[in-house]
Design a binder for this molecule. Structure first.
Ligand SMILES: CCCCCCCCCCCCC[C@@H](O)CC(=O)SCCNC(=O)CCNC(=O)[C@H](O)C(C)(C)COP(=O)(O)OP(=O)(O)OC[C@H]1O[C@@H](n2cnc3c(N)ncnc32)[C@H](O)[C@@H]1OP(=O)(O)O
Ligand SMILES: NC(=O)c1ccc[n+]([C@@H]2O[C@H](COP(=O)([O-])OP(=O)(O)OC[C@H]3O[C@@H](n4cnc5c(N)ncnc54)[C@H](O)[C@@H]3O)[C@@H](O)[C@H]2O)c1
Length: 235
């Protein structure tokens, strides 16, 4: 997503729980700002745990200090899985997935919206849900609930923030080739790939293309939408 947005001319603030991963993203962007506190206007890397309110507040403060304005586009990608059948799922596995996938998006969306509204700037907030939030999935009561919550949160934010010129949309990817899906048992991967009308898993670039569209003025009259990027899976 960062690479695609930079290719569209964006100056990117990449943030991750894993600061080294964020700095690697910035290196991919070819920016000098591969360390926190990068020169003004360069791409910059930040580290934060999005499930922590204080960390998110500090992140938005750091980004505004670095770029002299709130972010005009905010893409919440952070997410985890702790898959287990409902009958055996631990409270901790439930709590952690909800904390990162849903509360994390609440905290980032709220902090970004507060910064944009107080500065009178328009913006586009894009939250990454999942097709699992629409149809559920065996072994993912926690994850499915978190992703369904992302859609409801984003639709409500769209209703409240439209008057401020801030659009809020959800993207619902299907099976995409990333480290997250590498943990899925092969027999499940084989099963689901056969169910995808386009016959193959998607690539991160397929999601990034839709994010770039929702970030741009080409989607200027779209808010509250849920855009599925699934190869037709569960259409
Ligand atoms: C008829 C097949 C339909 C397959 C539909 C799959 C839909 C998946 C769509 C997801 C797209 C978006 C995903 C995206 O948001 C990113 C992710 O979330 S990636 C992670 C997705 N996670 C899963 O799909 C869960 C995978 N399953 C597991 O991790 C394990 O099975 C676990 C739940 C931890 C249980 O492990 P355990 O070792 O106790 O059991 P088994 O792995 O041996 O499984 C027992 C039987 O259950 C079947 N199974 C497991 N998961 C799924 C599943 N997601 N869908 C359907 N069936 C599943 C597994 O095949 C075994 O069946 P059998 O006994 O007949 O071999
Ligand atoms: N891969 C798929 O098939 C798929 C499908 C649908 C939705 N998604 C969603 O897409 C998003 C990106 O996932 P991915 O597939 O790239 O997985 P990934 O595991 O490769 O990336 C997730 C990133 O989130 C970061 N992260 C985890 N916890 C964090 C926290 N508390 N604070 C800040 N960062 C944190 C991780 O360090 C990692 O870099 C996730 O929200 C995921 O749920 C993925």
């Amino acid at each position: 997503v960062g690479v695609r947005l930079a290719a569209e001319g964006a100056t990117v603030a990449a943030c991750d729980l894993d600061g080294a991963a964020a700095r690697e993203t910035v290196r991919l962007l070819g920016g000098p700002g591969s360390d926190e506190g990068a020169p003004r206007g360069a791409h910059a890397a930040f580290q934060a745990d999005v499930s922590e309110a204080g960390a998110v507040r500090r992140l938005l403060d750091q980004v505004q200090a670095c770029f002299s304005r709130p972010p005009s586009v905010v893409v919440s990608c952070a997410g985890i899985t702790r898959d287990e059948f409902l009958l055996h799922m631990s409270e901790d596995d439930w709590d952690r997935v909800i904390a990162v996938n849903l509360k994390g998006i609440f905290l980032v969306t709220q902090a970004a919206a507060q910064a944009l509204v107080s500065s009178g700037c328009p913006g586009s907030i894009i939250n990454i849900s999942s097709i699992v939030g629409k149809v559920g999935n065996v072994g993912q009561t926690n994850y499915a609930a978190s992703k369904a919550g992302v859609v409801g949160l984003t639709q409500t934010a769209a209703r409240e923030l439209g008057r401020h010129g801030i659009r809020c949309n959800s993207v619902l990817p299907g099976f995409i080739k990333t480290p997250m899906t590498q943990k899925v048992p092969q027999k499940v991967l084989d099963k689901v790939t056969g169910m995808i009308p386009m016959g193959h898993m998607g690539d991160p670039e397929d999601v990034a293309d839709v994010v770039a569209f929702l970030a741009s003025e080409d989607s200027g009259y779209i808010t509250g939408a849920s855009v599925e990027v699934t190869g037709g899976l569960f259409m």
